[in-house]
Design a protein around this ligand. Structure first.
Ligand code: C2E
Ligand code: MG
Ligand code: MG
Length: 594
């Protein structure tokens, strides 16, 4: 048993017999006694022929009277009494085989529950002579086993939340799928909506804190037989054991209700939501089903929930796989479409509220698909962003938009053209070069170009955005923050951003009638904020005369929306401008743009 230094020894007659009985030399006795590990010399039946001092000391240290066997006691009985785990009882057969010369050695780790705690020892036995005597040593390996167990635990758990990690979750789900009774197994895949915004705007420590709070909530809302794990980032998985489709729906509701209460983040209260995907299956229905398949299906369902507008639950169905394939197909087709020039730009007018003049247009890309007709950007811009196609797409948009603006300029139509830029493009580091090249090729002054970057794109990497905004503005190109109010960017980020125009998101502008006063207050606040930061403001998505009047009253500089005009082709825009009753296309300086 575990060796501990100690001074007390049992009387000599307990440790050894006299010379005639013992049948081994004094040298053997002395050697065993010198060993630091508790050691016994046994005969073939497990009778103790010799117990060394370390054994006696350890027996006393562990405070278990059963260990105080001395010469003449039976070690095999001791093992039977102490080790109730049936796995270890085989060791007795092994020791007998060893004694008979049918085995070379016996070696294994074993736990011993003493009153002072659990100890681990390594039992090693070897045969001494032909008479079948066996020496058994017991080395204390408690610290090694404890360290191994701790590191094995760490390898299978997430250090932040202490939940099972990806690898362990797959082990647990696979174990569930290989149960012989083949119960239904549910995998619920949960992703926090807008988690990136929390991380980007409030910092990673706050993001970590949110994940810990969420982990604790999920654990408290799931059944004891279920397992909550974290795949990484803000992705959590719940394994529902013995959980069919009805149980899965109930599980999803319980997980969604964990978001009912706001989270406390850096002293503020924040309401969040999650997108949830569910996959339920049984190995009885899908032979050979693996955890990776089920988690993949739940992930697809979660993705569908997110794209359908967040804060939703979607159950996996095979059509979702088809949708993914279609996306891959779209990416391939889109690559060809950019090269073949199948993209077109529509232009939406921007109205100066002070003068009533159209001072600019926003270029909005469409894809003239040979079979599916004219596709809106929402159908393919995200595909371009996810497939490394955004830079080529934007280069095409930039080139076409500035070419058109230069052509209008030559025709006496002075318009500032706005082009949307994706976060993914900002990250490539080629934006400034791409812009310069397009302007030079078209011979357009930089002051005629406006780049629109969304609020979330700015929040993703504010330092990088600020650096590139500053460089662009120095060159004369104006920069605007698009869809402001739809994201989660902090005021300090905004104040330090060198942008010239703040575009107020249409969700704020086009509020329903019962929220009109709140909406007006929000617009007034954003307009005031823009002014304080030296920026102009633009109300997006103006759909009614009322909204236009409100935007004007509240001091917005510009307005854009269906009420003024829908996006249209370049030719249609020229006609529309020509047909306007107050056909005033003011010079840039007169309306203070540029
Ligand atoms: P955005 O930059 O905020 O563009 C305004 C969107 O709002 C346009 O949708 C426009 O048609 C729509 N809109 C304008 N007025 C109203 C209105 O009164 N009511 C409503 N309900 N909608 C209005 P569109 O063309 O579908 O573009 C959607 C988004 O796609 C754009 O939002 C922009 O983020 C992105 N996008 C468009 N073209 C490009 C592009 O060339 N490159 C990149 N990266 N993104 C683009
Ligand atoms: Mg825009
Ligand atoms: Mg916008």
């Amino acid at each position: 048993m575990p060796g501990q230094p100690g001074s007390r020894e049992l009387p000599p007659d307990v440790r050894r017999r006299d010379g005639a009985q013992r049948g081994h030399s004094v040298v053997v006795e002395a050697v065993l006694d010198a060993l630091p590990s508790p050691t016994l010399l046994l005969d073939g039946e497990g009778r103790v022929l010799l117990a060394n001092s370390a054994w006696t000391t350890a027996a006393e240290f562990l405070g278990d009277g059963r260990l105080a066997i001395g010469v003449g006691g039976n070690y095999f009985e001791l093992v039977r009494n102490l080790i109730d785990d049936s796995r270890y009882l085989g060791v007795l057969d092994h020791l007998r085989e060893l004694s008979r010369g049918e085995r070379e050695r016996v070696s294994f780790d074993c736990a011993f529950a003493a009153s002072t705690g659990t100890y681990w020892f390594h039992l090693q036995a070897s045969r001494v002579d032909r008479a079948g005597q066996v020496v058994v040593t017991h080395t204390d390996v408690t610290s090694r086993v404890t360290a191994e167990r701790a590191s094995a635990w760490q390898a299978r758990h997430d250090h932040l939340t202490e939940l099972p990690n990806r690898a362990h979750l797959h082990e647990l789900i696979d174990a569930e799928l290989s149960r012989s009774d083949q119960p239904p197994v549910t995998v619920l895949f949960l992703d926090v909506d807008g988690f990136k915004d929390v991380n980007d705007s409030l910092g990673h420590e706050v993001g970590d804190d949110l994940l810990r709070q969420l982990a604790a909530r999920l654990r408290s809302r799931t059944r004891t037989e279920d397992t909550v794990g974290r795949l990484g980032g803000d992705e959590f998985v719940v394994l529902g054991r013995d959980c069919d489709a009805a149980g899965a729906a109930a599980l999803a509701v319980r997980c969604q209700t964990t978001f009912d209460e706001p989270f406390q983040l850096a002293g503020r209260s924040a309401r969040l939501t999650a997108s949830i995907g569910i996959a339920t299956a049984s190995a009885a229905d899908v032979p050979g089903l693996r955890s990776a398949d089920l988690v993949g299906d739940a992930d697809l369902a979660m993705y569908a929930a997110k794209t359908a507008g967040r804060n939703r639950v979607r159950v996996f169905s095979p059509e979702l796989r088809v949708a993914v394939l279609q996306k891959a197909l779209v990416a391939t087709e889109l690559r060809g479409a950019i090269d073949a020039g199948d993209l077109v730009l529509h232009y939406q007018p921007v109205l100066s509220l002070a003068t009533g003049a159209i001072t600019g247009v926003e270029a909005l890309v469409r894809w003239q698909h040979p079979e599916r007709g004219l596709l809106p950007p929402g159908d393919f811009v995200p595909v371009a962003e996810q497939n490394g196609l955004i830079a080529p797409l934007t280069r095409w948009v930039l080139a076409e938009a500035v070419r058109q603006a230069a052509a209008w300029e030559r025709a006496g139509i002075d318009l500032i053209v706005g082009v949307n830029i994706s976060a993914a493009h900002l990250a490539t580091g080629t934006l400034i070069g791409d812009v310069t090249q397009a302007l030079t090729a078209a011979g357009l002054a930089p002051e005629r170009l406006l780049l629109e970057l969304t609020e979330t794109c700015v929040a993703e990497d504010p330092d990088r955005a600020a650096e590139q905004f500053a460089a662009l503005r120095v060159s004369g190109v104006e920069v605007s923050i698009d869809d402001f109010g739809s994201g989660f960017s902090s005021l300090s980020q905004l104040v330090s951003m060198p942008a010239g125009i703040l575009k107020i998101d249409r969700e704020l502008v086009a509020a329903p009638a019962h929220r009109r006063s709140q909406s007006a207050a929000a617009i007034a606040a954003v307009v005031g904020l823009a002014r304080a930061c030296g920026m102009r403001s633009l109300a997006e998505g103006v759909e009614t005369a009322d909204q236009l009047a409100t935007a004007k009253e509240l001091g917005c500089t510009y307005a854009q929306g269906f009420h003024i005009a829908r996006p249209m082709t370049a030719a249609a825009l020229e006609q529309w401008l020509a047909d306007r009753p107050s056909r005033t296309v003011h010079p840039l300086v007169a309306v203070g743009v540029g």
